[in-house]
Design a binder for this molecule. Structure first.
Ligand code: NAD
Ligand code: DAU
Length: 331
């Protein structure tokens, strides 16, 4: 298969490319990535001989048209992804997430190429703390932030292109990922690298907010299943029953790193902070036979901590800039 992976130099996309090169070595994989602050050539270094990396904007219609014309399928990861950045400056989110997805859709429509669009559970808004409710494929869209509203817009464009033009596209909405190559702006790597650089971890508000954690390899194995056997037009929710509140996750990191459980700062809460996410992934499991493999969260965290210990050359150069930006925002 000739596969075009947008955003393949970012966290989830790079892990996807690594595993695809291992499991389907006969594929020809092209990555289109703008190499923003969130993307890096180094994330693809382990597979550089097996992958063609094109540096470019997913909203560049001529470039995207040319690359899609050469592909059998597109997996669309490229996005601006960080909620705090969207609150500070939403414009790049509209450009990449909305115009970028529109650009991909127009190209796959012209060339009749299969598309898998990678999205987030944040399009559904949030759930009450303490409730047992979970998001399903029929939960109404109710995004809270500039980030999630642009992802919701992108999903709705995909649905409309399926219905109006018969584009062969699937969508997946996944919960919070963790694992290697996650940018140090995100919660788990930020706290790990704070400890590793002698800074105190930072918790927004009381830490009661709940996220439904999934290892990035489990997210990507689900994307593989959907790409292979998903039904065009369908939306699949991806989650691994990993609900935990932020304070618990932070205290687990502190324990695994031999720190005192109170060795962190409470900082200014995020505006409009979503309370709780939880995914019901029954249809994906029953219809496509997918199961997550990394269900021991503590083992996954331990391995992730070790990865950040071993790969300071990758994250070290970004750390000061990220923390300076957070400090300006009181976070
Ligand atoms: P990331 O921020 O680590 O990587 C995004 C990648 O997209 C980067 O390599 C960046 O350079 C690239 N990019 C940004 N703007 C671009 C543009 N205009 N043109 C081309 N490339 C561009 O993000 P991630 O965490 O790997 O997320 C990947 C996808 O998965 C996103 O669509 C995100 O919404 C979705 N998602 C993420 C999570 C999560 O927990 N991280 C959960 C569910 C869904
Ligand atoms: O649910 C899927 C989404 O998960 C993806 O669509 C997003 O792209 C991804 O960034 C992630 O969004 P969150 O906002 O949930 O992730 P983040 O890592 O920014 O924060 C996780 C939780 O931790 C959230 O409740 C905010 C909190 N937090 C975050 C940071 C960076 C802290 O308490 N302290 C921090 O320093």
């Amino acid at each position: 298969m000739r596969l075009l992976v947008t955003g393949g130099a970012g966290f989830i996309g790079a892990n996807f490319v690594h595993s695809r090169v291992r499991t389907a070595p006969q594929d020809r994989v092209t990555v289109l990535d703008a190499l923003t602050y969130a993307g890096s050539r180094e994330a693809l270094a382990p597979v550089e001989d097996a992958v063609r990396l094109i540096e470019g904007d997913v909203a560049d219609a001529d470039l995207v048209d040319k690359l899609v014309a050469e592909a059998d399928a597109v997996v669309h990861f490229a996005a601006e992804t960080h909620v705090d950045n969207a609150l500070a400056d939403p414009e790049p989110f509209l450009h990449t997430n909305v115009v970028g997805t529109f650009t991909v859709l127009e190209a796959v429509r012209r060339h009749r190429v299969r598309l898998h669009h990678v999205s987030t559970d944040e399009v559904y808004g949030d759930l009450e703390l303490g409730s047992t409710q979970r998001f399903t494929e029929s939960t109404p869209y109710n995004p809270s932030s500039p980030y999630s509203s642009t992802k919701a817009a992108a999903d709705l464009l995909v649905r409309a292109w399926v219905r109006s033009y018969g584009v062969r596209a699937t969508i997946s909405n996944c919960s919070n990922n963790y694992g290697p190559y996650q940018h140090v702006e995100k919660f788990i790597p930020r706290q790990i690298t704070n400890v590793l650089t002698g800074r105190r971890p930072k918790l927004y508000g009381s830490g009661a907010n709940v996220r439904d954690w999934i290892h990035v390899d489990d997210h990507n194995s689900a994307v593989e299943r959907i790409l292979a056997d998903g039904q065009p037009g369908r939306t699949y929710l991806i989650g691994a029953d990993g609900e935990r509140d932020n304070l618990t996750v932070l205290r687990t990191i502190l324990r695994l790193m031999d720190r005192d459980p109170d060795d962190f700062d409470h900082v200014t809460d995020r505006a409009g902070h979503d309370l709780r996410y939880a995914i019901d992934s029954t249809p994906l499991r029953q219809e496509l036979g997918w199961t997550p493999r990394h269900t021991d969260f503590e083992a996954g965290l331990r391995a992730t901590i070790q990865w950040y210990r071993d790969n300071e050359s990758w994250w070290g150069p970004m750390k000061d800039t990220v923390e300076a930006k957070y400090a300006e925002r009181g976070q």
